[in-house]
Design a protein. Sequence first.
Lengths: 291, 115
Amino acid sequence: MSLPLRSLTRTIARTSRTPSIRSQLPKTTPRITTTTVTTPLLTPCVATSPFSTTPARPKARTMGQIRARNSTGPFSWKAALLFVVTGAGMIVYFRVEKERLERKRVAEMSKGVGKPKVGGPFVLKDLSGNVCTEEELRGRYSFVYFGFTHCPDICPDELDKMAEIIDKVKEENKGENVFLPVFITCDPVRDTPEVLKNYLQEFHKDIIGLTGTYDQVKQVCKAYRVYFSTPRDVKPGEDYLVDHSIYFYLMDPDGDFVECIGRQDTPGSAADTIMEHINDWKRSGKPLKKD
Amino acid sequence: MGWFSWSSSNSNQSSDGGRIAPDRSSRQRCWEARDQFFTCLDNNDIIDSVKGDKEARKKCGKENTEFESNCATAWVKYFKEKRVMEYNRDKTIERIKKEDAATVQDLKSQGWASK
């Protein structure tokens, strides 16, 4: 590599008529200096080549001409503009694409290989006393929260947040019924359908309340990986609290877990996250119930 | 007694056997009574009103009674314990922050520069 380059340098040094340049080129010229100086000087050689389509540039005769050519080089304002516009375009495109892939990765990651890790089959009762299974949630995005009506402070706050999220998502979907907010009680002994109905009405009429027997609720909590600490045998009238998970679970229309929404999310940020997933699903053309 | 003394009466029993939870307005009343009680505790430098029950009753007797009559027993216990937990948590965070600042100061004096 170094041999042909040095011989090239020597040729250029010979062709150059300016003695000052020759003096600037010692035999062991570092590569970088060589290339910067050679570019304009090489052109005549290239122009004589039969393969070149570049019009021959007149040979630079004086230092002034060389300097003038060097001052602009191959750059012009057009090239600069093209460079900046293309660059900006690419950056924007890559950012958008990266975000989309990241969301896809989050969604795919939760799908796992075989069975979903969070969520799964359950049998519960809705507030009219009808049996409700995980099948009823299929086909739409569902938003599952576990709580109990005798909850002192966190659940009411979170349910107020849920109400805001429901309205925001509904508005963004232009009234399409693609989103199912679900409240599952961890305290089935006290939270019967009637109690639950009155409680949830205070927050949002769209929230679907689900309750069941002690074992049914225990099973659904296990499926959603919710810590379940409800005492089994409670004396009538005894007062107690229930520890439970304070996350919202976003489930996709296949019934697979997508993402958690926690205390740190505001109604705005939560609704944005949900809408991103819903829009990704819509864009991918997969079926989604809207009625 | 209070608005919802669950342990004594059947009035909070729903027709299908469940127990009616406090609604929005009674929650609000409970929280307000709680805040008044805690303000009184703050003024008297009492953190733990479970262990320091005697002192709390002596200094904030009125607020305590109000708090207990507006909130369910389980809630009263929960809020009192939560107050202690939050106090300890805040103190720990503050301590860690101070330690962090001291470590940074120490490292800087040894010639370390943060980027």
